[in-house]
Design a protein around this ligand. Structure first.
Ligand SMILES: NC(=O)c1ccc[n+]([C@@H]2O[C@H](COP(=O)([O-])OP(=O)(O)OC[C@H]3O[C@@H](n4cnc5c(N)ncnc54)[C@H](OP(=O)(O)O)[C@@H]3O)[C@@H](O)[C@H]2O)c1
Length: 295
């Protein structure tokens, strides 16, 4: 049986760890902030004393981290995962980051006799807890087959798209129209608000029309200012947009719509909304327009 390591016990990592333990899989965990490992350790996971020790004792290592810089930190060769002898290990990187970051990591691991599958995830905390995520996967057929039963404990579907980097590219493809949708929605609702229409009935009508996307309805309470769990914050959308724009431009694709969405994320972050649920981008934009046009 594979011995599984899980690094990055944030919102998604903790939900994934719970699924792995519930499936009866042996699990070794590590997190930069050790206190965040407590829930999984209480549920039966073993806490690794360091990243090299986790890499030395686990055959398959899953990582789910904030961004490209976090990947560099966790896979560093001094006191990170690559300080261990990793030959024969299979790493599964599930963060949403730039395609280049994943391709470079794949080359570094291959030079050390290890393999990489990129498997960024579509779906948020509730689907993660219910085992209903969609994994977008890149790697060799053999490596993907090896991790399929592990991913299957928290994913409803594992879609293999091609070599390493393919899953990450598909994740950017998938998140780009969503990020632009939220910006379009903010502009539309600001237009209605400036005229004098109320936010709640406007949202109710959009949800009841072809202008709705599947992700809209669950986000309406946050848009109306009701308190709730933050599944993905404004900083996260900003990070995703930067990854999309940089990856798109590296392939010769102009990204004007993504750049426009990024400007609103930057402004909202600068206004102190970085840790807020990304749905708050909409009321933030409406309020900013109102303040800017006040006489
Ligand atoms: N939340 C969602 O709905 C969702 C859905 C699909 C995909 N994703 C993607 O999944 C990834 C994780 O998201 P999340 O919501 O779970 O984020 P999160 O709750 O903020 O957790 C981020 C994790 O990364 C770790 N980390 C950050 N910088 C690090 C560094 N320099 N060195 C070591 N560890 C570092 C954090 O450690 P600390 O605890 O020490 O800060 C934490 O474990 C992101 O790429 C996100 O885009 C998220």
């Amino acid at each position: 049986m594979e011995r599984i390591g899980l690094v990055g016990l944030g919102r998604m990592g903790t939900a994934i760890g719970e699924r792995l333990l519930a499936a009866g899989l042996p699990l070794v965990v590590w997190n930069r902030t050790p206190g965040r490992a407590e829930a999984l350790v209480t549920a039966g996971a073993t806490l690794a004393p360091s990243l090299p020790e986790l890499a030395a004792t686990c055959t398959v290592v899953l990582t789910i981290l904030t961004d490209d810089a976090a990947i560099q930190a966790v896979y560093n060769p001094v006191d990170g995962l690559l300080a261990a002898d990793v030959s024969g290990r299979l790493f599964v990187e599930m963060s949403t980051v730039r395609t280049n970051t994943i391709q470079r990591l794949g080359q570094t691991l291959a030079a050390r006799g290890a393999a990489l599958v990129d498997a960024p995830l579509s779906g948020s905390l509730v689907p993660a807890r219910q085992g209903q995520l969609l994994a977008l996967v890149g790697g060799t057929a053999q490596d993907v087959a090896r991790v399929q039963p592990i991913l299957g404990t928290f994913c409803r579907r594992v879609a293999h798209l091609g070599p390493t980097g393919s899953g990450t590219t598909m994740k950017l493809v998938l998140n780009l129209p969503m990020a632009i949708y939220w910006q379009g929605l903010a502009e539309a609702l600001a237009l209605g608000s400036q005229f004098g229409l109320e936010l709640a009935p406007m949202l109710e009508l959009i949800v009841d029309s072809q202008a709705a996307i599947g992700a809209l309805r669950p986000k309406i309470p946050a848009m109306l200012g009701e308190p709730g769990e933050v599944a993905f914050d404004v900083t996260g959308v900003r990070k995703d947009l930067l990854a999309m724009i940089e990856t798109g431009q590296s392939l010769g694709v102009p990204m004007p719509a993504a750049s426009a969405a990024l400007i609103n994320c930057m402004a909202a972050t600068a206004a102190g909304k970085g840790q807020a649920d990304f749905a708050e981008l909409i009321p933030y934009y409406i309020a900013a327009v109102r303040a800017a046009t006040k006489r």
